[in-house]
Ligand binder design. Structure first.
Ligand code: ADP
Ligand code: MG
Length: 170
């Protein structure tokens, strides 16, 4: 089945998926899956994934496969792992990526208000969060392996709390 690896852009999903692949896990991105199932559409000159169509089109792989992307939690899977990152770290990473200020702010705020967590819990019973702010990719993968092995106590949803970071904005 799919193991969903989601998170706000900049939290480190793609980096972590590469580390998972180097440990022998099968990985796929939402975009790759969307291309395979003809679920990419052009909106305002940009390719967008039709998540509803894709969620209906995908079939679960026999082997556990990491499905990575900031829309991955809209896909069905065995469990849902969310990478979290301090909003100011996200801001720095997305500025370095060259996103415009509006897109940076949108994503910083999405992280701050737990947007992906709330979307995830509406779709999936088994949701976990990893605060990846201070962790290396190897350490994040160690955490993911613990979750997959059922050692979930440190990763229950709701433990990550950026409200203090938000208070500093005012
Ligand atoms: P995402 O796929 O979630 O958008 P990326 O994997 O592309 O995130 O990572 C965003 C940026 O953060 C990249 O510049 C990457 O090198 C850096 N990065 C990713 N993971 C870590 C980490 N664990 N520690 C420090 N920097 C990281
Ligand atoms: Mg990525």
């Amino acid at each position: 089945m799919f193991i969903i690896l989601t998170g706000t852009p900049g939290t480190g999903k793609t980096t972590v998926a590469k580390t998972l692949a180097s440990r022998g896990y099968d990985t796929v991105t939402v975009e790759e899956l969307a291309r395979e199932h003809n679920c990419l559409e052009e909106v305002d000159g940009e390719l967008e994934v039709d998540v509803d169509k894709l969620a209906k089109a995908v079939s679960q792989p026999e082997k556990d496969t990491i499905l990575e992307g900031h829309l991955a939690h809209f896909m069905p899977g065995r469990m849902n792992i969310i990478l979290r990152c301090h909003p100011e770290t996200i801001r720095k990473r997305l500025e370095e990526r060259g996103y415009d200020s509006e897109k940076v702010q949108e994503n910083v705020e999405a992280e701050a208000i737990d947007l992906i967590l709330s979307e995830s819990t509406q779709k999936c019973l088994f949701v976990f969060e990893i605060d990846a702010t201070e962790l290396s990719p190897e350490n994040i993968v160690d955490s993911i392996e613990r979750i997959m092995n059922g050692e979930i106590d440190d990763y229950s949803p709701g433990k990550v709390d950026w409200s203090m970071a938000v208070m500093e904005w005012y």
